[in-house]
Write a protein of this length. Structure first.
Length: 261
């Protein structure tokens, strides 16, 4: 049996509810600052989350708007400006403490450190956005906690393409079956599985429904042992959160040929 070598974390929706509490709000602030009447409510934003990347979402939305710039070149230029403005508003919200880490995240990170399991970031969000969140919650030395950090600027193709995971694996020097990814959205699950990496799904507010067919486990979040498939035992007295032992148990199930969730 191979030992679990590393846990690779997605950022948006996994470490924090950044889509609901950060990015969507920041996009609307950017629209307002630019004098545009556009606003994304939660329903529209969930639809747009099917497109990977903030600029790409802007372009997808503009393609449906009669009041968007007429030419592709002008739409790309506006998307670039709006995205930069959005990132500024997002960083402000992070600094104000408007985006908390999800429950159980810090605990599982501590388990990994004490258990000798390396960690990495495998996200196609921008490095600036990842740094704003992680610096605020983990401190100025946050990068030392991770053996590898791969963000949107580091890849040519975003999820569901597996490039982000393939690059993370190369930098780790690990085979895909020595690693577990934590994701929340279909594109991330598809990217991890296309790279051969077993994936754990923690449902998020903006992506509540995910097909778990390719996941080793799926559940409500790392803060709660209840509601997971495969189920986790709980005696009502022990810690309620998901622990590293649980992740390694799901991982061992894949290695032993057990059925996925």
């Amino acid at each position: 049996m191979n030992r679990l070598d590393a846990v690779l974390w997605d950022v948006d929706g996994v470490l924090a509810e950044t889509e609901r509490d950060g990015h969507r709000v920041a996009f609307n602030l950017a629209f307002e600052a630019a004098g545009l009447p556009w606003r994304w409510d939660e329903r529209r934003y969930r639809e747009l989350l099917g497109v990977s990347g903030g600029r790409e979402r802007l372009l997808a939305d503009m393609a449906t708007r009669a009041d968007a710039p007429a030419t592709a070149r002008d739409r790309v230029g506006l998307a670039r400006l709006l995205h930069a403005s959005k990132n500024g508003f997002y960083a402000q919200r992070i600094a104000l403490g408007a985006v908390a880490l999800r429950g159980g995240v810090l605990d599982l990170m501590a388990d990994c450190r004490s258990g000798g399991v390396r960690m990495g970031i495998a996200s196609t969000t921008s490095r600036a956005n990842a740094e704003a969140l992680l610096r605020h919650h983990l401190g100025t030395a946050w990068q030392r906690l991770f053996a590898v950090i791969v963000c949107g600027e580091d890849v040519r193709r975003k999820k569901p393409d597996p490039e982000v995971y393939l690059q993370a694996l190369r930098q780790l020097g690990a085979g895909p079956l020595r690693v577990v990814a934590i994701e929340d959205a279909p594109a991330g699950v598809a990217a991890a599985r296309a790279a051969g990496v077993p994936v754990l799904v923690t449902r998020s507010a903006c992506v509540p429904a995910v097909d778990a067919g390719d996941a080793i486990a799926i559940g409500p979040g790392l803060h709660d042992r209840r509601g997971w498939r495969p189920a986790l035992p709980w005696d009502g007295r022990s810690p309620l959160r998901v622990c590293l032992d649980d992740v390694e148990g799901w991982y061992d199930g894949v290695e032993n040929g057990a059925a996925r969730a």
